[in-house]
Design a protein around this ligand. Structure first.
Ligand SMILES: NC(=O)c1ccc[n+]([C@@H]2O[C@H](COP(=O)([O-])OP(=O)(O)OC[C@H]3O[C@@H](n4cnc5c(N)ncnc54)[C@H](O)[C@@H]3O)[C@@H](O)[C@H]2O)c1
Ligand SMILES: O=C(O)[C@H](O)[C@H](O)COP(=O)(O)O
Length: 379
């Protein structure tokens, strides 16, 4: 069996080498002639999988994307060709939530904001939006969810008991964090969900965070708004037209990064693991490996908190594991010379909160670190 996989999939060799011959490829450069003898194709979001790519691959039976987003896959075409398709829902949702939390912590320090006074509007309450909501709950930070699709399912009797709010109400919150897929057509289209009019409605003291897909915010309209002196604070991980970023927008952002919100080692590697599981299921063979077989220990793998848990301690432990300013600096300094894709391919190691076990001395007892995702030290 010939397995072609994106070179940017951690542990792909470890997971898949016993299942067939492995052929790594560079995601942006893959061409139809490269995969003529592929049985399995494993991609990331930068490879457009459609008829043009697959038309010369008669043996292909399995396509997987080690990502949450699936907007780069022509699923209708795969169905027509009886090629099975698997994505990795939720694989990097924790990573995205930790990115947003790190950004909030950094902005809270930069502008002396008390996080507990804020209301966060979360647009899209799926995997990433939900993980963020859980972390905000742990911190007692108020949030409002908008998700008309889940709201409609609730009305039809789903088990979801969360409260949903109209989009315009959620867009009026102190912080807006967007977590929708890229949807080009239909009632719930998200391309330019934040169009010129909605951007004009923003208040100068708001914070707007986007770590979903660049096309959800009209980047040119956002640039015009900022050029007119609007105060809205921007945290942008994703950009319209990646890898070609509207560079004039970067100086107007508080935090700008190269679509790496989901790039924790765990988040990316879970994508590899989920495709391994899917392929084993398809081949009807037992899974021999799991992610924990390969994940190394974090550089700092245990800490003790000795004072009462407050925003200062929160800032310290969040930034100890992941300080988003590192990725912001890399983006600003290296985008022109290295390019967007190289920054992503050479992304330095980043771990999730769970890689650190936290001990709390008796006077510091709090369940917040654990609820945020840190591992409880076992006695
Ligand atoms: N920056 C990154 O590194 C990164 C990482 C992971 C995911 N993503 C992107 O974020 C998107 C969301 O990820 P997820 O795991 O939460 O996906 P998900 O599918 O679990 O959840 C998306 C939610 O958005 C809702 N939704 C769809 N259209 C909407 C609309 N018009 N208004 C409000 N809600 C709407 C859906 O009902 C769903 O509940 C992915 O599709 C992907 O494109 C980016
Ligand atoms: O959709 C996703 O899962 C994320 O956007 C993911 O981080 C994309 O990473 P890429 O496939 O572009 O490396």
């Amino acid at each position: 069996m010939n397995i072609f996989y994106d070179e940017n999939m951690p542990f792909a060799h470890e997971f898949f080498s016993e299942l067939g011959n492995l052929y790594p490829f560079s995601g942006r450069e893959l061409q139809a002639q490269d995969i003529k003898n592929a049985d399995v194709l494993l991609v990331r979001s930068i490879t457009q999988v459609n008829e043009a790519l697959l038309k010369q691959a008669p043996q292909l039976k399995f396509v997987g994307t080690a990502t949450i987003g699936t907007d780069h896959i022509d699923q209708e075409y795969l169905k027509q060709q009886s090629i099975s398709f698997h994505s990795a829902p939720g694989c990097n949702a924790i990573s995205v939530a930790e990115y947003v939390l790190s950004a909030l912590v950094v902005l809270a320090e930069r502008y002396l904001i008390n996080l507990s006074t804020l209301t966060v509007g979360i647009v899209g309450a799926g995997n990433t939006g939900t993980r963020l909501a859980e972390k905000l709950s742990a911190l007692n930070i108020h949030f409002k969810l908008c998700d008309p699709i889940l709201e409609a399912k609730q009305k039809q009797g789903s088990n979801d008991t969360r409260q949903y709010y109209p989009l315009e109400e959620v867009l009026a919150c102190d912080v807006i964090s967007i977590h929708v897929p890229k949807t080009v057509t239909g009632e719930h289209r998200t391309v330019k969900l934040l169009d010129q009019q909605r951007l004009l409605n923003l208040r100068p003291e708001q914070i707007l965070i986007s770590a979903c897909r660049g096309e959800v915010i009209d980047n040119h309209a956002l640039l015009r708004l900022k050029e007119q002196g609007h105060g809205v604070k921007l945290v942008l991980d994703v950009w319209e037209g990646e890898p070609n970023v509207l560079q004039a927008l970067i100086p107007y952002t508080e935090i700008a990064t190269a679509h790496i919100a989901g790039y924790s080692l765990e988040g990316k590697a879970r994508g590899s693991e989920m495709l391994y599981q899917a392929l084993c299921n398809e081949l009807k063979i037992a899974q021999k490996f799991q992610l924990n077989d390969f994940l190394p220990a974090a550089n700092i793998s245990s800490i003790e908190i000795t004072q009462q848990f407050d925003q200062i301690v929160l800032n310290q432990i969040v930034k100890m594991v992941y300080d988003v300013r590192r990725d912001d600096a890399i983006f600003r300094q290296q985008l022109s010379e290295q390019g967007f894709d190289t920054i992503r391919k050479t992304y330095p190691a980043r771990r999730e909160f769970s890689s650190v076990s936290v001990t709390l001395s008796p006077n510091a007892y709090s369940d917040v670190p654990h609820r945020l995702g840190f591992t409880k030290t076992s006695n």
